[in-house]
Ligand binder design. Sequence first.
Ligand SMILES: Cc1cc2nc3c(=O)[nH]c(=O)nc-3n(C[C@H](O)[C@H](O)[C@H](O)COP(=O)(O)OP(=O)(O)OC[C@H]3O[C@@H](n4cnc5c(N)ncnc54)[C@H](O)[C@@H]3O)c2cc1C
Length: 452
Amino acid sequence: MLDIIIIGGGITGLSAAWEAQKNDLSFALLEKENRWGGKVHTEIIELPEGPAIIDGGPESFLTRKPEAWDLAGELGLHDQVIDPGGETRHMYILDGGTPVEVPLAPVKFAKSRLMSGRGKLRMMFEPFQPAKKDAADESLADFVTRRLGREALDKMIGPILGGIYNTNPDTQSILVSSPIMREMEAEYGGLFKAVIGRVFAARKNKAVETEKKPRFGAFSNGLQEMTDEMVKQLNGDLRLGVEITKIEKEAEGYRVVLENGEALSARSLIFSTPANVTAKLLENVDKESAKKLGEIVHQNIGTTTFIYKADDAQTAIRIHGLMIPRREKRAIDAITFTSLKMPSRAPKDYVMLRVFFGGSKPEVAEMSDANLQKTVQGELAELIGITADPVQTIPFKWLKSFPQANVGHLERVGEIEKTLPEGIYLAGSSYRGIGVPDCIQQGRQAVKKVAR
Ligand SMILES: Cc1cc2nc3c(=O)[nH]c(=O)nc-3n(C[C@H](O)[C@H](O)[C@H](O)COP(=O)(O)OP(=O)(O)OC[C@H]3O[C@@H](n4cnc5c(N)ncnc54)[C@H](O)[C@@H]3O)c2cc1C
């Protein structure tokens, strides 16, 4: 009998396995697909002038949440971490069909046509808004409207955060998507006050900081470098292409039956599959939890990377990223110019851009690759004037796999966890944060609970 069977070999499951290995626990890691990493998926395309490195899912990670940076260190990969650059420079929002720059500097803000004078004034009154007194959850829309005004939500913050989380700000939980904003409010009484307070605090801390790290990290050969390295260094029972047919309760733990008839037993199970998948796997063991897990909504999401000869992809303005709010009713949600943000991702004579879809029109993620390419090309022509054919396109699609954390999500997850049968643990993007550091933290935390 094993100590743990981990189901799902994305970054969460792999991190759980890594933690199990560090704690000398015996484990098996079962993955349905024929590759490790889940949404962490890098493709390297050899072009005549050199390689193009394409991340289909996550491309970079925050280092303020330390888990991804720390794991990279444990794996001996710190020298492979690159700074993906200022993520906020040359960012645009589509407004009435036209890209308008996100005004982050005071003068640009004053001159910007993105918001009306009244909307800007309301934003500037943010320091005088009372802070929320209780810890209850609220939607991203309610938080932003309360502090910065409705126009800031509709025109600026909603499109940016809604785009990042591929979600509707009116339903998205602030405590899952941007807990930092609530922490800033609680600690300093407001966002502007917190920005100033944190700058002073950071200056003070600089003297004691021992480790230098970028604000965001990426990997020189794509984020899959991290999952590949983990797989290389893991020495438990790792299985790809495994179909689980049944999970049963046993006297001392659980029995996982595989399609080939083989069965594995363990004292504990960690599910690092999306909650809608976990719901089906758990049906036989705990109907009630399975039902509640099945209620967590998962959206379609996808990206497609277009590689162009540089001369074919010139735009009138320098754009690093374009966020497309849902009210614009376009087929795509965002465009990022990967080769401008990270020039090492493509040879010099090429432009590489990545298009996100699935949020405003979920059906786009279900199109054939050929239709997807045609649709995206149409959008690129209309929105930023790129009409040439790309040299290559590389699509990635995840159907019903991107969790939507609605208001009250953390409470619901807490309730599910409380009633789960002994020895069963949940971890991953469906629960306590979708970012790569959140997933690593949850995978490792689940094993720490088992070890206890
Ligand atoms: C397009 C995109 C861009 C993103 N960008 C960023 C970013 O820049 N920075 C950031 O921090 N985060 C980003 N994220 C979020 C982050 O990538 C994900 O939340 C995270 O990778 C999820 O990891 P996971 O292991 O929890 O889930 P997954 O990666 O979904 O892994 C779950 C695994 O379970 C497997 N599985 C499914 N069913 C079964 C079964 N029955 N039996 C066994 N295995 C099964 C799946 O095949 C998969 O490998 C992005 C996500 C997407 C989609």
